[in-house]
Ligand binder design. Structure first.
Ligand code: ATP
Ligand code: MG
Length: 458
């Protein structure tokens, strides 16, 4: 019998060897294979359990033979629209050409440090990720670091320096077998804590490369000493023409909210407010999604996504993903307006679930009292103006009511708006992040439209 050879030498060029089965095996009953294990039932809910199930296997091992109808397309939809993950694949990036040109010019020609700021979900991390890839393909050393509340200047920069090979240290001697040179720039830093000038001295020793250090989620980093150190580092690196540039990104309404001591470094940085996605760019996001998922958006459905996203890439991705799933659930390959309408309701629910009870209930009360159209107008404005509500921008659409009276009423009676002592006088914001988008979608869902005249109490 030749089973051994068949199993183990199928692909080999080993000369054929004939093995006779040992007598003990011949005496055994014929081998009956065990039934192959069934793949897990992925989407079926049995009558004994009403619990929902995961719809996609967490591991692909052993499941290559298993296909769930439509699951492939669902996965493609997830790839195409990924609202919870930043874009890292340039093919998925919609628009942003002008933004990237501006940033590249600032890095390359102007040798500036960059501070990207803007509202949550506007695509800052996605922009950083693509800029990183573009810079790497131009042979920059790029280190991406996400800041946390416990960011500690020396620890953070030691970790960053650990990603920069000593190959770029000016004293590096390729021919030398000096073991110091086989590691990273971190080995040149003083042990224990170090200050900004010691770090700048180390960075100044870099040659033959330019380095970009990306500090994302900078809004989470501690205010005070940490941010002052960063400003000082920008100043030192610029003054000494060190080939290291910082690209900082974070949620903020303006530059000085993010980085301290801006006046001292204003000439050394490009403050870049990330623009909202233009309608053509949201359309591009939908088209890219169509290409990847194989689904088609009815033109009216994509127009609805564009309108409802209101410039937010996050909302555009979320709505497109839910609408695509809606179409698949109907067994359709065309995403119809009804799918977007359902998606708006789902996203509104999702945003509501993330708000505090107090905010959600305040909206409910205000709507019962007839504030719908005003809230819709305020939500719309805040989404286009970094969350700000100012008399000069909102007054024009309030007909004969005074902005300040209306805003005060929404603040005092419902607690929906706040003012902050360090803001421009008479500037209001919604009391909680995400409240503006929630109101916007919830009222879209209720059929309130932006052009409707407010009919509430003055
Ligand atoms: N240019 C783009 N093209 C396609 N999708 C985008 C683009 N920009 C952002 N997105 C989508 O929007 C979502 C939010 O983007 P991203 O995480 O980059 O925003 P962010 O500004 O870094 O958010 P946060 O303030 O929460 O850190 C991403 O998950 C992605 O799906
Ligand atoms: Mg981000």
């Amino acid at each position: 019998m030749n089973w051994f050879r068949k199993v183990f030498f199928r692909q080999s060029s080993v000369p054929e060897v004939h093995f006779e089965a040992p007598p003990v095996l011949q005496a055994l009953p014929a081998y009956t294979p065990l039934p192959a294990p069934q793949p897990p039932e992925l989407r079926k809910v049995t009558s004994s359990s009403a619990l929902p199930s995961f719809q996609t296997p967490g591991s692909e091992l052993g499941l290559s033979f298993h296909t769930v109808e439509g699951e492939n397309t669902r996965n493609k939809v997830r790839d195409a629209f990924s609202p919870s993950l930043p874009i890292t694949n340039p093919r998925l990036l919609a628009g942003r050409t002008e933004a990237l040109k501006t940033l590249i010019r600032a890095v390359e020609d102007l040798k500036l440090h960059i501070v990207i700021y803007g509202e949550r979900g506007m695509g800052k991390t996605s922009l950083l990720q693509i800029l990183k890839q573009l810079a790497e393909s131009a042979k920059y050393q790029v280190v991406y670091h996400s800041c946390g509340e416990d960011a500690h200047f020396p620890d953070m920069f030691r970790a960053i320096a650990a990603e920069i090979p000593l190959l770029y240290y000016e004293g590096f001697d390729v021919a030398s077998a000096d073991r110091r040179h086989t590691g990273s720039l971190a080995s040149l830093l003083p042990t224990g804590d170090f200050n900004v000038s010691q770090l700048s001295d180390t960075f100044a020793k870099l040659s033959n490369t330019r380095v970009l250090i990306m500090l994302d989620e900078f809004d989470r980093s501690p205010t005070g000493l940490f941010r002052r150190n960063i400003a000082q580092l920008v100043k030192n690196l610029s003054d000494r023409s060190v080939k290291v540039q910082l690209v900082i990104a974070g949620v903020a309404g303006n530059l000085s909210d993010l980085v301290e001591h801006i006046p001292s470094i204003r000439r050394n940085i490009l403050g870049f407010r990330i623009p909202e996605l233009k309608p053509t760019e949201v359309q591009q996001m939908v088209s890219i999604g169509e290409e990847i998922s194989g689904l088609i958006f009815d033109p009216e459905a994509s127009a609805q996504v564009i309108a409802m996203a209101n410039g937010s890439p996050y909302l555009a991705a979320l709505l497109s993903q839910y609408a695509s799933f809606g179409a698949l659930d109907r067994g359709a390959s065309i995403v119809a307006p009804v799918d977007v309408v359902n998606a708006v309701a789902q996203v509104a629910d999702e945003l509501r679930a993330r708000l505090s009870d107090a905010s959600g209930e305040a909206v409910d009360r205000a709507l019962v009292d007839g504030w719908g159209a005003t809230l819709h107008t305020f939500a719309n404005h805040s989404m286009h103006d970094m969350g700000c509500l100012d008399a000069d921008t909102v007054q024009g659409v309030l007909a004969d009511r005074r902005f300040l009276d209306v805003a005060e009423q929404l603040r005092e009676t419902y607690g929906l708006l706040i003012t902050a002592f360090d803001e421009k006088p008479e500037r209001y914001r919604f009391r909680e992040e995400g409240l503006g988008s929630y109101i916007w979608l919830r009222l879209a869902e209720n059929g309130v439209n932006a052009g409707r005249q407010p009919a509430e109490q003055a």
